[in-house]
Design a protein around this ligand. Structure first.
Ligand code: GLN
Length: 313
């Protein structure tokens, strides 16, 4: 039987400092996302990591107070909002199967007649954004305010420069949105959905903000930082399951093998991972691997999981 290993904030802080040292040789092996011009300007040597635990403690190391672009990590919060607003309805438009293809893959969507595999590939996330657009006038503000509530306040906000940069170059996402529209899986104009989605992706936050914002997923939907239940317990299990199977795109399997925790990544270099009943871990390092996940961030989470034995497996 595995011994439970409680980790005090003090030991966690030591562990994070060790990790920051250990990952250094891996810098320079990945590539900062440059298909969104503004993201290419980010300093590749940044590294920040934070852990938020069930007792309200928060420990962090490195560039933990610097906001970075959350990008696809916002898809996690948008999914929570869709479930909060409409229950299971969103699953009639978006699947729950891993895609095994890159996040912005087009061919599979066309072959499957506009039915996105899951809410974390771009096709699925655009559908979720469209779903939310039917309910609120401004999806990015809704997502930002929800992140704020979950976290009990954040230092980040919406980065208009990143939003404009992505909107100006969102050719692939516009193609995806048009395919969705052809198959009647969007209710709004494709360009309007892409613009709302790009704004949502341009939300910036620190690893500290992100760890706190995801903590309710480790504690049955309750936000210890705002004192409210932000997500029903049944949806917490479901969101964690979709993260576990689809959160890291076409390297979700190898990430599960290495880290063993549900997680969601973004091309800004952030990853957030959930250890149910323990805490939430956020890491930021802009260089990406070939699947578009933070290369150093993945290594950092692997070392973290090995040492804490926080794992659902
Ligand atoms: N906004 C980015 C895009 O749609 C998000 C992708 C990502 O973070 N994987 O291309």
């Amino acid at each position: 039987m595995r011994e439970p290993r409680p980790f005090t904030a003090y030991r966690l802080k030591d562990l994070l400092s060790d990790i920051a040292e250990h990952v250094r040789p891996a810098f320079g092996k990945g590539k900062v996302a440059d298909y969104i011009p503004e993201l290419a300007k980010v300093d590749a040597s940044k590294f920040g990591m934070a852990v938020a635990t069930l007792d309200g403690a928060e420990v962090a190391v490195g560039d933990a107070d610097e906001p970075f672009s959350l990008q696809s990590i916002t898809k996690l919060f948008a999914l929570e909002l869709a479930l909060n607003r409409g229950g299971d309805e969103i699953w009639t438009r978006v699947g729950k199967e891993p895609s095994g293809t890159p996040f912005n893959h087009l061919a599979i969507l066309e072959a499957e007649r506009g039915a996105p595999r899951n809410p974390f590939v771009n096709a699925g996330a655009l559908t979720v954004t469209d779903y939310l657009m039917a309910r609120v006038p401004d999806v990015s503000t809704l997502v930002l305010e929800y992140i704020r509530t979950c976290a009990g306040g954040i230092t980040g906000g919406l980065d208009e420069t990143v939003a404009a940069s992505e909107m100006a170059t969102a050719y692939q996402n516009r193609a995806i949105a048009n395919i969705l529209r052809v198959h009647n899986n969007l209710t709004h104009a494709p360009d309007a959905v892409v613009d709302a989605y790009c704004r949502q992706c341009a939300i910036a936050a620190t690893v500290r903000d992100l760890a706190r914002a995801a903590l309710p997923l480790a504690m049955d939907g309750f936000s210890i930082h705002s004192g409210e239940t932000v997500l029903a317990q049944r949806n917490v299990r479901r969101v964690n399951a979709v993260m576990m199977t689809c959160g890291m795109y076409d390297s979700t399997g190898s990430f599960a093998y290495r880290v063993g925790l549900p997680a969601k990544s973004g091309v800004g270099g952030g990853i957030v991972a959930i250890a149910p009943g323990q805490g939430a871990i956020a890491v930021w390092s802009p260089e990406l691997d070939r699947a578009g996940n933070s290369l150093v961030g993945t290594i950092a989470l692997e070392i973290f999981a090995q040492n804490t034995r926080w794992s659902i497996l």
